[in-house]
Design a protein around this ligand. Structure first.
Ligand SMILES: C[S@@+](CC[C@H](N)C(=O)[O-])C[C@H]1O[C@@H](n2cnc3c(N)ncnc32)[C@H](O)[C@@H]1O
Length: 221
């Protein structure tokens, strides 16, 4: 994103979490204890349920859902700085106090900074498939990541997943089946609308979208 298109870093500070990432954060970004699990009520200033979006890209889901559901808090986790700043600008222009962003690797973040059973829903839409063998270590949906998703979800919380890549879908569903606390649930079909920028793009191209939803059921262990 061209610097002129985004707001100055100090205006974005209230929306950015200070988590490890090459130093672009403003000095007054939301300061967190460097290694402790995050206290969400303290961060957002309320006890509303929290939902995560992993890999939010240009942030359409967070801005639409953040406006539509002011009584839900949203944390977006995105590894790319340019998308974090672009989305932070959009969130800041809308003054969305219920949306905050962490620019980091979600695999690390869930494992190190999130307590068990605190997240009401996890949204993972159109993760990069990374087919080439040399890129496989960048892949988001590993068995370990799926286990972390199950761990951080509250009982009854939902894991929402969509992709246009049929093989990735089949592989991920096969892996999620092996996690006893995640039970398949009816997935919302997207209707006429779209949730994310990639969904809009792929629908316009006429690609099929594969969706799944799982619910955490602590009793199934
Ligand atoms: C194909 S894009 C989809 C963006 C958005 N979800 C959408 O549907 O429009 C995948 C996004 O995931 C991000 N990403 C990839 N690996 C990640 C990771 N380990 N942690 C956080 N974000 C990641 C990428 O930078 C990219 O923005």
């Amino acid at each position: 994103m061209r610097a002129a298109c985004r707001m100055p870093l100090d205006a974005l500070a209230p929306y950015l979490l200070d988590v490890p990432h090459p130093g672009f954060l403003p000095p007054d970004a939301l300061i967190l204890e460097p290694s402790a699990p995050i206290d969400w009520a303290c961060l957002f200033g309320n006890e509303h349920p929290i939902e995560f979006e992993v890999g939010f890209g240009k942030g359409l889901f967070l801005t639409t859902q953040g406006q539509a559901r002011p009584d839900t808090n949203f944390l977006g986790i995105e590894i790319e700085r340019k998308y974090t700043l672009l989305t932070a600008t959009r969130v800041a222009r809308l003054s969305l106090a219920n949306v905050k962003l962490a620019c980091t690797d979600a695999r690390w973040f869930l494992k190190e900074r999130v307590r068990d059973a605190v997240v009401s829903a996890l949204h993972v839409y159109f993760p990069d498939p990374w087919w080439k063998t040399r890129h496989r270590k960048r892949k988001l949906f590993t068995r370990e990541f799926a286990e972390q998703c199950a761990r951080v979800l509250k009982n009854g919380g939902g894991l929402h997943f969509a992709t246009d890549v049929e093989d990735y879908f089949t592989e991920t569903i096969g892996m999620l089946k092996q996690i006893p606390t995640l039970q398949p649930a009816d997935s919302e079909d997207g209707g006429d609308g779209y949730l994310t920028n990639f969904e809009r793009k792929y629908r316009l191209e006429g690609r099929a979208i594969h969706r799944a939803r799982y619910e955490k059921n602590q009793a199934c262990v």
